[in-house]
Design a protein around this ligand. Sequence first.
Ligand SMILES: [Zn+2]
Length: 390
Amino acid sequence: MSYLDYRPLSSLSRAESKGLCQALWDWNRYCPDCPDSSTNDLESICHKDDSECPWKRRFHAKRAFIEFYKKAAQRYPPLPFSRHAQVIHKHQDLFDIIAFLRRADPNHSRSKCMDLYFDPVPSNDRETPICREKAFLLAARILTMIGVTMYGERAWYMNESLNVVVTNSFPPDPLPIPIKDRRWIKIRDELTAYNLVTTAKLKIRPTDEVQNHLKLDKQGNLFIFHHVGFIAECLRVDNDRRRTEPGYKSPHFPREVGLEILHTLRVLFHQLDEDGRQSRKLLRKLIANSEFDPLSDEDVVWFYTDSEDEGNRVQAFPVFGGRLMALNDEIENPKPRTAWDKWLHRHSSPQHALMLALLSLVLTLVPSVLSLAASIIQTVLAWKQQESGK
Ligand SMILES: [Zn+2]
């Protein structure tokens, strides 16, 4: 088998996708009576009531996230090495790394984490350090939903902790206006997805990279992190941990970032006026095209903050406030997006306006001049006829 044919994660069974939920969100803890997840027909034999068993209650809702996982996993292995060089040969190998990263000290460097996880001596002599690194990066990508890479802006370097990558991905960029200020209330009411599409002429695109939420590119694409099911599940785990460890915050998916993203979705899609109704219609279209997580149109968007203080902090948009203001600017000062808009924009300077006015004056005068000339010719001809008839 050539390295090109070796795709150990190219398909995902139902039982394996349950293993993913277990690795990320401890679902076995919620329903320890659930039968062994190696079978494919768990639902028919779990005796727990629906409200208690996440495998029954929430599993179907994870469609969008599981599709993302499949796409990410299918690309493994990323390098032209033989199958013996790889460290992931089945989904469970990847889930084990994810579960390890969740338990590991978030301040450990990547190199320290890898030393703790892997045997100093590889299980076979062709397993290479770079394959170990790639396996860790893939696990971190799925655990954090940040586009973690080996080099570049989102790199998780050997001497750096995952905590640093997460913190650097969400630099503070708060709203410049207090949330109770009338200017912000007016902006917030007009900041609907419907206005962004119709007035600002933006195209809404789903993104799987959480750090790109509400980013806008030069072509007018507005990226929205739509994995509401993923956010809700991370927040549930967080809430559970907080019961026994007050003040606990997940180091891999920051609680306040998750709550803030849900709140931005409420502003853009779930307002109660006519624009809000149109925005929800737009959202349902995005879901129907299989692009958006269906949960973004559900009650789960209203996942709650656990104190008034936390609510106030989230509503001040400490991370995405600047991007919301940039979107407001797009509505207030729409930029030319279509080819026609751009042409008009290019030709709307004062000189062009004067030229256009002169051109339209000439075009208006031409028919009058022509008809005047025609009547002169007719008069001359008639006069000549009269003269010759005399
Ligand atoms: Zn169960």
